[in-house]
Design a protein around this ligand. Structure first.
Ligand code: PBG
Length: 332
């Protein structure tokens, strides 16, 4: 039911700042943000990602102060992605469950130095495989069940290192139940699982693959046998439902802006927290256009993330999280 003009004038509620605030349906807060970060080997290393202007990969010693700053700004969690040296990448990606790998060392160091921030660990094989796929490859096929066994070990090693939340981002079938059981069996009952449930086979991941150095290894082969077809929405709901049944604490939709219809559907249909990921390509578009003077970065980045909240996302992963936290603080 809505009134009609002239008794109803929609502009009345918009006339002043205070009124616009009070009638706002969605808000974007610093506490909605998760900052994805790339960690690399070495000392005193900061290497910029060319396709993601102003995003860097940091060695651990430089990453710690950045994470401290994120915590100080009020960002609740970081999502860690490792840049694995080429000589540690193998056909079977076994470095993924080495208890002393870069990821586990980063988790331990952040837990020690910045205990108040949440740590989300990516669970997938692509940073560790020489072919860049998220699973084991046999006869040119990415095989499911054997991959899941490795993911269980990987998740367990991260839990042992102190990760708060494991985030399987590979889209293998049945992994959430297997990882949950494996964690429980090893007494990591309180380690949360963030399931990348509706992860689409998207070209918006391009800059991320440059950042972790898997783009070249993939050699043009896609991930469409496991990541979802961008044409499908109902299938996303099925994936989400299955992951909830398997024990996911939180589900994820990814990418974000091109898939906000899926976020909305998920929010309407399920009573679980829903995270959405503003992926590397989305960030790159906004940043590149802003650096060219074509978009107002501060305004566009806030608008883009507010759209996630309006669509029903509980929290948002964004490479712009630190910028956004500062912008929100400035605007009081
Ligand atoms: C792979 C993974 C990807 C991203 C996060 N984890 C890329 C892919 O599936 O190839 C993409 C993130 C982004 O683009 O920002 N497990």
């Amino acid at each position: 039911m809505s009134g009609s003009f002239p008794r109803t004038r929609m502009r009345r509620n918009r006339l002043s700042q205070w009124s616009r605030c009070l009638v706002a349906e969605a808000t974007l807060c610093v506490t909605d943000l998760i900052w994805p970060v790339f960690v690399e080997e070495g000392q005193n290393v900061e290497s910029q990602v060319p396709s993601m202007p102003e995003v860097s990969r940091y060695s651990l010693d430089l990453l710690i102060p950045k994470v401290k700053e994120a915590a100080r700004l009020g960002i609740p969690a970081v999502a860690l992605f490792p840049v694995v040296p080429e000589d540690l990448k193998t056909q079977d990606g076994k470095e993924a469950y080495n208890p002393n790998n870069l990821m586990c060392r980063a988790i331990q160091a952040i837990k020690q130095e910045v205990p108040e921030i949440g740590i989300i660990g990516d669970v997938a094989l692509d940073p560790y495989t020489s072919h860049g796929q998220d699973g084991l490859v046999v006869d040119e096929k990415v095989i499911n069940d054997e991959t899941v066994e490795i993911l269980c070990k990987q998740a367990c090693m991260q839990a042992k290192a102190g990760v708060d939340m494991v985030a399987p981002s590979d889209m293998m079938d049945g992994r959430i139940a297997m990882i949950r059981d494996y964690l429980d069996m090893n007494d990591y009952k309180d380690t949360q699982i963030l399931a990348y449930s509706a992860k689409y086979c998207s070209a918006f991941y391009g800059p991320f693959r440059d950042a972790v150095g898997s783009a070249g290894n993939l050699k043009g082969v896609g991930k469409e046998t496991y990541q979802m077809n961008p044409a499908n929405a109902k299938e996303a709901l099925r994936e989400i439902e299955m992951d909830i049944n398997e024990g996911a604490d939180v589900v994820m939709v990814k990418p974000g802006m091109p898939y906000l219809d899926i976020v909305r559907c998920a929010a309407d249909n399920f009573n679980v927290p829903i995270f959405a990921y503003q992926v590397s390509g989305e960030y790159a578009m906004i940043k590149a256009a802003s650096n060219n003077g074509w978009l107002d970065y501060d305004k566009v980045i806030i608008e883009s993330l507010l759209a996630f909240k309006r669509a029903g996302a509980t929290a948002i992963l964004s490479y712009a999280a630190m910028d956004v936290a500062r912008i929100i603080k400035q605007n009081g």
